[in-house]
Design a protein around this ligand. Structure first.
Ligand SMILES: NC(=O)c1ccc[n+]([C@@H]2O[C@H](COP(=O)([O-])OP(=O)(O)OC[C@H]3O[C@@H](n4cnc5c(N)ncnc54)[C@H](OP(=O)(O)O)[C@@H]3O)[C@@H](O)[C@H]2O)c1
Length: 256
């Protein structure tokens, strides 16, 4: 039976860096990489000294889950790593967020993550690792990024319970909660004409550092990983300050 890693959102940013660092740590037999852009996934095949299996899927389409389930059923792999990194956001006040962006954020950040996780669980065993990419935005409401933050609160809650449920099976489950990460396509994709006042994204983190800390946390079965000082401070503030007060502060902070 072959051991695999399955990584969504592998065509860029954090997902792609997870591929690189999982290979570096001693890759399983195959890495299944999922995203929409086929050519980006195919580039990975030649970039790493292990078997990369491109699976181009649009995870906002329900048919994609059936395709994935059928493939898993056919190949019966042992899944060593599942990383759900596919995600998107759109900056803007709630009233400015289009219906299409609203649907996409919910479908990709919430439904796809839950459906892919549930499809993979039967193929995981003691020592397998699940990393669900949430965000510091999951710790508290976030003005001008409301729906995105709400989807990440979903991811955080979903992952905490999954961590609890999987303890007895020895499956490690970690919610990864980065602060802004600038060297990915996330901020350009999320940006709008006026960016609702978001300007410089101060204290942004680096992809390589976030992924290294996330994989270390997963080794130790940490339930919630804040990969760095800024997300850790954010998490502490979110636990200690009233969220009304915190939103006022964040409203000022985003214009810096
Ligand atoms: N960057 C940040 O500031 C930041 C901070 C906290 C949390 N995060 C979270 O980190 C995760 C990764 O983001 P990133 O920063 O690496 O951004 P990214 O570079 O934009 O990567 C997003 C990935 O999701 C894939 N994707 C988008 N729509 C998809 C769809 N409909 N079906 C399948 N795949 C889809 C993209 O590939 P295709 O376009 O090829 O489909 C891409 O591989 C996201 O969940 C994000 O919310 C990011």
């Amino acid at each position: 039976m072959k051991n695999i890693a399955l990584i969504t959102g592998a065509s860029s940013g954090l997902g792609k860096e997870f591929v690189r660092q999982i290979v570096q740590r001693g890759a399983p037999n195959e890495i299944w990489v999922i995203a929409r852009r086929r050519e980006r996934l195919e580039e990975l095949v030649h970039a790493f000294p292990c078997t990369i299996v491109p699976i181009p899927l649009d995870l906002t389409e329900a048919a994609s889950y059936t395709l994935l389930e059928e493939r898993l059923q056919k190949e019966q792999p042992h899944i060593e790593y599942l990383v759900c990194a596919a995600g998107m956001g759109r900056i803007g006040l709630t009233e400015q967020t289009s219906a299409q962006d609203t649907d996409r954020m919910i479908e990709l950040n919430c439904r796809a993550l839950a459906r892919v996780t549930q499809a993979c669980l039967p193929y995981m065993h003691a020592g397998s690792k699940i990393l669900e990419i949430a965000s510091v935005a999951g710790f508290h409401p976030l003005p001008a990024f409301n729906l995105y933050a709400a989807t990440k609160a979903f991811v955080l809650s979903y992952t905490k319970t999954l961590h609890f449920e999987c303890r007895k099976k020895g499956i490690h489950v970690t919610a990864v909660c980065p602060y802004w990460v600038k060297d990915t396509e996330f901020i350009p994709t999320a940006s709008t004409a006026d960016n609702a006042g978001f300007r410089h994204f101060p204290f942004a983190q680096k992809t390589e550092d976030v992924v290294r800390r996330a994989l270390d946390a997963s080794e130790n079965n940490v339930c919630v990983c804040t990969p760095g000082i800024v997300p850790t401070v954010d998490r502490v503030l979110a636990k200690t300050l009233p969220h009304g007060l915190m939103m006022r502060g964040l409203d000022i902070f985003r214009r810096l």
